[in-house]
Design a protein around this ligand. Sequence first.
Ligand SMILES: [Zn+2]
Length: 439
Amino acid sequence: MKRILLEVFLVAALIGAGVFGFMNQKQAASSKAKITELTAAVEAAEKSAKEKEESIKGAEEEMQALQGELATLEGKANQLEAVKAALASGSTLSDLENAYKKEKTLSAERQAGLGALRMLTKGAEDPSALEAFRKALQLSELGDRKNTICAAQLGLVAAGEKIKVMSDCLPKSDKAGHGDKEEKDGKDDGHAKKDDGHGKKDDGHGKKDDGHGKKDEKHAAPHWGYEGEMGPEKWGKEFPTCAKGKSQSPLDIKGPFVKSRMVISADYKEGPLKMLNNGHTIQVNIAPGSKLRVDGIAHELLQFHFHRPSEEKVDGKPMAMVVHFVHKSAEGKLAVLGVLLKEGNENPGIKTLWANLPKEESVEYAPDGVNFNPGNLLPREFDFYSYEGSLTTPPCTEGVRFFILKSTVNIAKEQVQAFPFKMNARPVQALNGRELLTN
Ligand SMILES: [Zn+2]
């Protein structure tokens, strides 16, 4: 319990502290002042964590709650002596590092927490603190983890790194035209995931397709989309890997191919349907237990989502849509299985999904009593093309192994048209000498 609490308050502290740090950056606050502020935030978060101790069921749930509460606790940080003493001795840091040594990979939240504590203990110049924040950022870039991305980005900025911070992470005073609900700095960071309808608009890229663009302009600009000023050509401004990376996805798949001996198999399980419209696609979140095996190594299925048209082309031709099944191994290696959807007969699996599309953006929707087996979207044959690539959405993180199945699966024209995003496919990227494998 003690460790859970420690992690919880560290992460919550980092998020609050990152906001503090960023705001004061402009007045060129000394790193000593920053450390004091960070310490204050730690104290505030710790207090809150203790109050909540009895109701903790898991570190992540608690973390979300704390992130929200932190904003209201920021003003009360006066009694810091105990925390300062513990940090000055460095014992808290070494305890945590020892605890973590046994684990091969740390979650993004733990990395962010480690970075925060290192910064508090050893100052803003500690290279290991920066490294921890960077790792947290890399790890959190996949999927719906805006809070941790913000934490890591603000942590790096507070440490004096010149990186671009997503507009969604900035304190609200730095943005124009916000309503009174958003007065308190940091409040949105804690609530971004479960937002009541404000955050929705921040991520509302798809909305423009539906003619709701004007409403969006009152809110913060979305940081990326699929056309115009936010389109793929501009992603590199805010997310450098998208422009500078040399192993980017998607690809136009065409020979010459290299023979692969890799063996893959999917073992997907039925589970309660949980859907999310994240503003860029429809995503189905998967409970633990469904796996893709690559040469016997299990990769846990995290989520699958759709692109229209297919991002991958085969011999220059796109398909109507593609499903990307996103997996992660215990070592943290990402693997994406792509199933191309070809216009044809109705797809019964898609029928179930489309019948349960979320009505709100950025809120996970779990319809009562509806189960789904992701295996229903797979073809029988598992012959594949494979290459080393990247996430196809910002921040375009590399080190992702792609398997695109040669067999396609049908989808009716009406089903394609019913997908809420008219176009959400990144253009194909340069091969840059990568090997294209096939089995
Ligand atoms: Zn995708």
